[in-house]
Design a protein. Structure first.
Length: 186
């Protein structure tokens, strides 16, 4: 009987030792993790020789508003960077914007002028058609010479070409403005 008691005693002691080791390992793991997340000190000071500060922009430092070992809070102005290069870039961007607006307004004005030219050319075409039809009837009745009909026909053809040219110019201006707008979006 003592032979059977010894092995069960050994297994039980081994089992208890393994459980105790596992508990100690888990407790050690949780302690280390807790210390990572919640550090503490005895004198309530964090000892650090150098704290790195990186600005969001680079430039010449005009003034430093803190001294060594001074306490600072979030949002405090630590140093001032020269704003001149940034102001120059801003002024340049504003000028480019204003030029783009003026260019767009000029394009709009050019399109309005082209539209007025189209309307004028259409009115002249209507007048030339009316004149041609009147002269053609008078020539057919032999009240006017055929040369006047030929002259009226030439004026009618010229008026038709002017309408086509005015519409083409207006279409070209509209396409150019659309192309400019598309380039600005990119």
């Amino acid at each position: 009987m003592s032979e059977k008691a010894a092995p069960s005693h050994f297994v039980r002691n081994l089992f208890i030792t393994l459980i105790a080791a596992a508990i100690l390992a888990a407790a050690g793991y949780f302690y280390v993790e807790h210390q990572k997340n919640y550090p503490s000190t005895d004198d309530a000071y964090v000892h650090a020789n150098i704290i790195y500060i990186a600005p969001q922009v680079s430039g010449k430092v005009l003034s430093v508003n803190v001294s060594n070992y001074q306490s600072v809070n979030k949002g405090d102005l630590l140093y001032q960077i020269d704003p001149a290069p940034f102001q120059a870039q801003l002024d340049e961007a504003r000028a480019a914007y204003e030029m783009a607006i003026q260019s767009n307004a000029a394009s709009d004005d050019a399109i309005l002028a082209a539209s007025a030219n189209v309307n004028s050319a259409v009115a002249l075409l209507a007048d030339a058609q009316s004149t041609y039809h009147r002269i053609n009837e008078l020539v057919n009745k032999q009240l006017l010479p055929a040369q006047q009909r030929d002259d009226a026909k030439a004026k009618l053809s010229n008026a038709e070409e002017n309408v086509i040219a005015a519409r083409a110019k207006m279409s070209q201006l509209i396409k150019a403005q659309a192309h400019k707008a598309q380039r600005r979006r990119k």
